[in-house]
Design a protein around this ligand. Structure first.
Ligand SMILES: NC(=O)c1ccc[n+]([C@@H]2O[C@H](COP(=O)([O-])OP(=O)(O)OC[C@H]3O[C@@H](n4cnc5c(N)ncnc54)[C@H](O)[C@@H]3O)[C@@H](O)[C@H]2O)c1
Length: 307
């Protein structure tokens, strides 16, 4: 069988570690030329290190693939422009953009500082906007096609209690992904969001894994070849980046272990209607018997996985 991505070029942000690394390797393994972007910071988004991006580029080349590193912080608008420009200048065009880069600053809402809020929203939401903005200009005016993959999280879908900044940014990315699907479809571009699950340094921080991580036995260091290996997220990303997936756009897709899931779109579940403005007495009487009948507040004990 021929490679699925021969002739394509791709950018993978956050491609130096974890899930992004697996995607960069898989895209290159299917014939795509890949810019591996990673600024190399810690999970909280501070520090820089060129070696994660360089190491993945080296791995790709060792396997006979074609790749170039990029060390931009994707939340920097001009650096993101240069990142997209690097792909176009090096290979003449860009076909695939996979926005994987992400950080965590976990705190309950009552403890969260403005800086913690801004840092997470900046990397996930602004970073994804930045690269997508410049890629979309190229797709619309020159390429007439493209594949956009963004990374959301069950933390945003379910509302992880200790991650209000991250949950907001990740849920926001679902709206962003759908907006891009609607705006760019006419130019041959598809846009989808992945809600992944895999053991990486991000999930090592979660409540379930914190003890093992502290004692030097982090889950992420033990999962190669197992179901929690972050490389398991990559196959469905390869599919969505291929020409075969032209009919899939605006959707959220779960990719966790060996499981691939299609999320439903949010729909109205119940509704009440009045001929004119609601009379408050009438609303107070009717609402508990109709749209809000039988509802319970969440228990709040949703397991925080760390990502
Ligand atoms: N691991 C999971 O189970 C899980 C679950 C839900 C969502 N996610 C999401 O999947 C994506 C990948 O997470 P991971 O678990 O592989 O984490 P990871 O920390 O292993 O990898 C993230 C990479 O992104 C890079 N990065 C961070 N900020 C950047 C920036 N501003 N510019 C460029 N690079 C940057 C980091 O240096 C790192 O190499 C993230 O968006 C994360 O929120 C992961």
């Amino acid at each position: 069988m021929p490679n699925h991505l021969d002739g394509k070029t791709a950018i993978v942000t956050g491609g130096g570690r974890g899930i992004g690394r697996g995607i960069a390797l898989a895209l290159a393994g299917q014939g795509a030329r890949v810019i591996v972007n990673d600024f190399g910071g810690n999970v909280e988004g501070t520090g820089t290190d060129e070696s994660p991006a360089n190491d993945v580029v080296y791995e790709i080349k060792q396997r006979g693939g074609i790749a170039e590193p990029n060390y931009a912080d994707v939340s920097d608008h001009r650096a993101a422009e240069a990142l997209v420009g690097q792909a176009i200048n090096t290979w003449g065009h860009l076909d695939i953009l996979v926005n994987v880069a992400g950080i965590l600053r976990e705190r309950m809402i009552f403890n969260m500082t403005e800086e913690e809020w801004d840092a997470v929203v900046r990397v996930h939401l602004k970073g994804t906007y930045n690269t997508t903005h410049f890629a979309s200009i190229h797709w619309r005016s020159e390429r007439r096609g493209g594949r956009l993959i963004n990374f959301t999280s069950t933390a945003g879908i379910n509302g992880s209690p200790g991650q209000p900044n991250y949950a907001a940014a990740k849920a926001g990315l679902i709206g962003f992904t759908k907006s891009c699907a609607n705006a760019l479809g006419r130019y041959g571009v598809t846009s989808n969001a992945i809600a992944p699950g895999a053991a990486t340094r991000m999930t090592d921080r979660g409540r379930a894994n914190a003890d093992a991580t502290r004692s030097g036995n982090a889950e992420s260091a033990r999962v190669a070849g197992s179901e929690r290996d972050p490389e398991n997220v990559a196959p469905i990303v390869v599919y969505l980046c291929s020409d075969e997936a032209a009919n899939v756009s605006g959707r959220t897709i779960g990719a966790s272990g060996y499981r691939v899931s299609l999320y439903s779109d949010m729909e109205i579940e119940r509704e009440i209607y009045n001929d004119g403005p609601w009379d408050l007495d009438r609303l107070f009487e009717l609402a508990p018997k109709s749209i809000f009948r039988g509802l319970e507040p969440p228990s709040g004990d949703l397991l925080r996985t760390g990502a």
